[in-house]
Design a protein around this ligand. Structure first.
Ligand code: SF4
Ligand code: SF4
Length: 144
């Protein structure tokens, strides 16, 4: 007979895969290192902002308040990297945590993988594939 734990696991898997349309479970918790407030990629219509000119245009056309509180610190292979002005560098805390935007509340999401980025080294979260690689391999073997 199938155990209660297995039923729970199956339901959890179904919910994440089919309802939330996720590929990974997000595990762990925020270690409050603050790294994600100092190294931010911003995606606009699915694409990481690439240059200052583009960012200025987006700021003018989009009233999203988050754009007013971030400053460009560098550019790397993925695009512009921003730091948030609301981040207290000494205390390593958000100065406006209660009113932080949804982009911050939902961080990290697996969408970061879609443009090749990774979690910060110090991040307390990690992602685990909902369908493990060995299971995928088994399915492929059966098809062959
Ligand atoms: S609003 Fe707060 S949580 Fe969001 S990036 Fe800025 S400092 Fe970090
Ligand atoms: S990088 Fe991860 S652990 Fe650090 S503040 Fe951001 S979410 Fe929390």
């Amino acid at each position: 007979m199938i155990s209660l734990n297995k039923i729970k696991e199956k339901l959890k898997r179904f919910y994440h895969l089919r309802i939330l349309k996720k590929k990974y479970y997000r595990l762990g918790k925020c270690a409050q290192c603050g790294c994600c407030c100092e190294n931010i990629y911003v995606r606009h219509h699915g694409k990481v902002i690439q240059n200052e000119e583009e960012f200025e245009k987006i700021k003018k056309s989009d009233n999203y308040s988050f754009y007013k509180h971030i400053s460009i610190i560098k550019k790397d292979d993925f695009g512009l990297v921003f730091s948030c002005d609301k981040f207290d560098k000494e205390k390593r805390l958000c100065k406006d945590h209660k009113n932080r935007p949804s982009i911050c509340k939902n961080y990290p999401s697996e969408e970061i993988f879609s443009f090749g980025a990774q979690l910060q080294d110090k991040c307390g979260y990690r992602f685990e594939a909902i369908i493990p690689f060995c299971e995928v391999l088994e399915k492929i073997k059966k098809i062959k």
